[in-house]
Design a protein around this ligand. Structure first.
Ligand code: T1G
Length: 699
């Protein structure tokens, strides 16, 4: 190593790691914002510090603690895909496990992934009550690759280990104490002091060094119980259909039960590397950063002053308005909910209350919380009552005249500086803004139904929307636990616009000779929860009105009273258990519509042909959204589709997926479709340019 890099290394080490002695205790504090990820700098600092105290005979025990807001939050995800640098995580863990003296993890914040695995390598774990511990690698298409699949089962048994690793959920410190994962709960503000007291008690007991790897009492009893792994496979087949990681996780935990520790570690490594190299994991790691990138707006500095949002007005107490109101009530923000009639208002409030009470029944809320949230809700029949709100969100009919009259009214009655937002799904936000004297305070806040559940919030930036309003609503999206995606003004913004071609092509191909069930199966097997026809039957064909200038299958079905599952007939027939089956009536309607419109018939498309016909036009629309500047970046489009339309996250979203398919392939197929079905399929300029230059849509 050259002198400069050694100097640089010393500098990094000094800034990341602090060693201190407290009597016979060696304390290593790592402080590497923002989350003490176990990147190369942190690993080097740990290696040097642990080695120093390991070799110091005067040091009888070592405490590893973190500065900042959290214990190690895992491996540095941004390092995946790069050449691994020593010391590797396994090198540091071996050093800890063979220190020859007690090593104690002092945990605050979230010990996640490699962070929890580091804690499991330590001899003991002390945590503050607010600490959380978890192995969320499955959310990145990975498995805990630094011993988590081998050590956790040795502490809590394979069944709970499978549940925690397959779900990726975190547990609190007290639950971890009860499970034997944590050995002592420290006082919230005295983690280090209490960890030192704990270690002193350990040293006084002078017991043999406890190492998780040596435990067998929680795994031995399962050596001949393959059924728990079969049960885990069956469950994963339902809850994680299409994902690769669950099977490898199950195999790794099986190894923890059936193999000696070191052989289990070797097996874990094989299974981890398989996943790390997979496209699925690359997609899910990409998505992890994409979701966080979406709230960063070029040109909008982080210190742009935000307007205070202390009170919100929602106009419209229907499905959307009620759901929107719940987001703010649950964040402790008072809401004035305005409707035209008492019946509508009472109905809306009733739905809000029953939603909360259902959550309480499922143990997600306490009765006290329900009452507290409902107490923040002020019903009103008069928009004049919005004089004291800082933000109004309109959620009424999708008609421009109605919206413009409402915005004129709220512009007049709300205080200067109040933000006026529309929840419109499609309409022109600039036109709505023009109906007010404050266009710079007008913005689109497009929630997705159910608004109190869906995490996507499209923030539609009008031509005159000010930076201050943008900063305000971006900050607010985090307060109400939404993932913001900023969109320019166009018909359908990002998610609805880009996914429209999938609906259009699905409706087209069934008129050309492919069955609705083949279409639904192709998209289901691709990873969508269900195909468009099954979805329309679930939602109700009468819910989403669309006036087409020509005869459509959907309109014929509605005319025949086939409104979907609720009438036990839609695109499919349904039995009393809502099991779907193909319908001869629907096949006849499809044939009649195709004949009347003179649509040429051809052999049913294969699953592969269907994915191209249905999803390449989606990619094409995404390229247009990008080249028009409607979306700031391709990854925002992926976030919108994954959160708004359940596009399977293990493909990364339409833009990332297109890069994995290969843009030249997509451009060539689109050109073929353009020859067969018309110029609408012509590839966007950006797509052609990227394909020809060997570029990618996503970076
Ligand atoms: N690596 C790199 N960067 C990370 C990171 C990580 N593990 N975790 C967070 N960041 C960045 C994030 O991109 C953001 O950056 C900033 O930190 C704040 O994050 C071997 C293989 C810890 C609960 O999956 O769950 O260990 O946008 O906005 O809401 O078996 O971050 O500011 O530039 O999310 O307060 C396993 C992932 C890794 C944990 C904090 N660990 N992180 O949430 O802040 S794989 C994880 C989180 C692994 C081992 C395996 C959350 C958080 P920027 P944030 P937050």
């Amino acid at each position: 190593m050259t002198r400069i890099s050694e100097f640089a290394r010393e500098l990094i080490m000094k800034q990341i790691a602090f060693q201190q002695r407290r009597g016979e205790m060696g304390i290593v504090t790592i402080d590497s914002p923002p989350v003490n990820a176990l990147g190369i700098g942190v690993r080097r600092a740990l290696d040097t510090s642990i080695r120093q105290f390991k070799d110091d005979a005067a040091v009888k025990a070592i405490i590893v603690i973190c500065g900042g807001r959290t214990f190690f939050a895992g491996a540095d995800i941004s390092e995946f895909g790069k050449e691994p640098e020593s010391p590797l995580l396994s090198d540091v863990f071996n050093l800890i496990e063979n220190a020859g003296k007690p090593v104690v993890a002092a945990v605050h914040g979230s010990a996640l992934g490699g962070g929890m695995e580091l804690a499991l390598v330590c001899n003991y774990r002390v945590a503050v009550p607010s600490a959380k511990l978890g192995l969320p690698e499955v959310k990145l298409g990975l498995l805990p690759g630094a011993g988590g699949t081998q050590r956790l089962p040795r502490l809590v048994g394979p069944e709970l280990a499978l549940d925690l690793i397959l779900s990726g959920r975190s547990i609190g410190a007290n639950e971890a104490l009860g499970l034997g994962i944590v050995d002592r709960i420290a006082r919230e503000e005295a983690l280090l002091d209490d960890a030192i007291d704990f270690v002193r008690s350990v040293l006084r007991e002078d017991k043999p060094l406890a190492r998780v790897r040596d435990r067998g009492d929680r795994t031995e009893p399962y050596k001949d119980r393959p059924e728990i792994f079969a049960a885990a496979r069956a469950k994963a087949g339902k809850t994680a259909r299409g994902f690769l990681a669950p099977e490898n996780i199950i195999k790794a935990v099986e190894a923890a039960v059936t193999l000696p520790f070191d052989e289990g570690m070797t097996r874990e490594r094989e299974l981890f590397v398989e996943l790390r190299e997979s496209t699925q994991s690359a997609a899910q790691r990409y998505y992890f950063f994409a979701e966080r990138q979406a709230s960063k707006i070029p040109g909008l500095s982080a210190d742009t002053p935000k307007l205070p949002i202390k009170r919100v007005g929602v106009i419209g107490a229907g499905t959307m308005g009620g759901g929107i109101a719940m987001n703010f009530l649950s964040a402790g923000i008072p809401v004035t909910l305005v409707e035209m009639t008492k019946e509508a208002l009472d109905r809306g409030i009733g739905i809000i209350r029953s939603n909360y009470e259902n959550s309480a029944k499922r143990g997600r809320l306490t009765t006290e919380q329900v009452n507290r949230y409902m107490a923040l809700l002020t019903p009103s029949l008069d928009t004049d009552s919005l004089g004291d709100v800082d933000l109004v969100i309109e959620a009424v009919f999708e008609r421009m005249d109605v919206k413009k009259s409402i915005f004129e009214k709220i512009d007049a009655v709300t205080k200067p500086g109040a933000v006026l937002a529309t929840n419109t799904s499609f309409l022109d936000v600039n036109e709505i803004a023009a109906a007010t004297r404050r266009p710079e305070f007008v913005v689109g806040l497009h929630f997705f139904s159910p608004a109190n559940v869906m995490r996507l919030l499209e923030i539609v930036r009008g031509a005159k929307t000010s930076e201050q309003v943008m900063a305000t609503v971006l900050g607010l999206s985090s307060t109400i636990k939404k993932v913001p995606v900023v969109s320019g003004v166009c018909y359908g913004f990002i998610a609805n616009r880009i996914m429209n071609p999938r609906r259009e092509q699905a409706e087209a191909v069934i008129l050309e000779g492919t069955s609705p069930q083949d279409v639904d199966k192709a998209l289901y097997d691709f990873g969508f929860p269900m195909g468009p026809f099954a979805l329309m039957d679930l939602v109700g064909l009468d819910v989403v009105k669309r006036d087409e200038p020509y005869r459509t299958v959907k309109q014929d079905l509605l005319n025949a009273g086939r409104r979907g599952q609720k009438t036990k007939a839609g695109y499919y027939d349904y039995d009393d258990n809502r099991r779907a089956s193909s319908s001869a009536v629907v096949a006849k309607i499809i044939a009649d519509v195709a004949a009347e419109r003179g649509i040429a018939q051809h052999a049913p498309l294969t699953q592969e042909e269907l994915i191209g016909r249905l999803l390449y036009p989606v990619v094409n629309e995404g390229a247009r959204i990008l080249e028009e500047g409607i979306a700031l970046r391709a990854s925002d489009i992926d976030v919108a589709c994954i959160l708004g339309y359940a596009w399977p996250v293990f493909t990364g979203g339409p833009m990332f997926w297109a890069d994995t398919v290969g843009l030249p392939t997509i451009v060539a197929e689109l050109r073929k479709m353009a020859e067969q079905h018309g110029p609408g399929f012509e590839p966007a300029n950006l797509l052609v340019q990227k394909a020809e230059s060997g570029g990618r849509l996503t970076s």
